[in-house]
Design a protein around this ligand. Structure first.
Ligand SMILES: Cc1cc2nc3c(=O)[nH]c(=O)nc-3n(C[C@H](O)[C@H](O)[C@H](O)COP(=O)(O)O)c2cc1C
Length: 213
């Protein structure tokens, strides 16, 4: 029992990298540091970030690692309907940022990566083309949210920051990436490094949203 607890605790320890530290000469300089943080700390420090450090870049290998982490997410009958379209070149990032509304564009300025997430319709929630229940394709959206949740938490655990964006021109995004009509376009995810500390929002009292019986 005790051994299990120690192993579980060890498993929840993740690495947080890319913090900003002061240096000996007093200047603020960004350096990559590694510190063990708990899963609770990942949950607490993950926030919607609307101000990004344009001096920091992210490699394709690093983005791949986060997308592999999303594959651990559960999905309806393991249908894995979520797909990702990753904009990484400055031109493609600019093109996507022009399709998410002016406010969102300003908020993600400096984020080196923008990702369009979709789900393949008619998979999650369907047996042989028949909806398993009244939720129908809503299960595809549900699975997409789970995958994206894994993405934002995995990102935070590795020291990155994210913003989920629903404001977007889906028709133009479809053209930009050649996304087929068989996929529903969901959120755009910004990925980068925070330039300033985000505000923590208030949360509803737990008893307002939970009923025990
Ligand atoms: C489905 C969804 C859509 C969102 N769309 C936007 C958006 O278009 N622009 C934005 O700035 N934030 C957007 N957000 C972020 C929310 O405003 C944010 O998650 C919420 O205020 C709670 O703050 P927190 O993420 O820091 O906990 C979205 C979040 C979700 C889950």
């Amino acid at each position: 029992m005790k051994t299990n607890f120690i192993m579980a605790t060890a498993l929840t320890v993740v690495m947080l990298t890319g913090c900003t530290n002061g240096t000996d000469n007093g200047k603020q300089e960004t350096e990559s540091v590694t510190a063990a943080v708990s899963f609770d700390e990942v949950l607490r420090s993950r926030r919607s970030v609307r101000s990004y450090d344009a001096t920091k870049t992210i490699t394709e290998a690093e983005v791949r690692e986060l997308l592999v982490a999303t594959q651990e997410a559960p999905s309806w009958a393991n249908q894995q309907p979520t797909k990702y379209y990753v904009a990484m070149t400055p031109e493609k990032v600019e093109a996507v940022s022009n399709l998410i509304g002016e406010r969102n564009k300003q908020n993600v300025a400096g984020a080196p990566v923008l990702i369009v997430s979709t789900y393949e319709k008619g998979k999650s929630g369907f047996f042989n083309g028949q909806a398993a229940n009244e939720v129908g394709d809503g299960w595809g959206a549900y699975d997409n949210g789970l995958s994206n949740c894994y993405f934002i938490l995995a990102a935070r655990a590795k020291g990155y920051d994210t913003l989920i964006i629903d404001g977007r021109d889906s028709d133009e995004l479809r053209k930009l990436f050649g996304i087929p009509e068989s996929e529903a376009i969901m959120a755009v995810l910004a990925l980068g490094y925070r330039a300033e500390e985000p505000r923590k929002p208030t949360h509803r009292p737990i008893d307002e949203v939970v009923q025990f019986s």
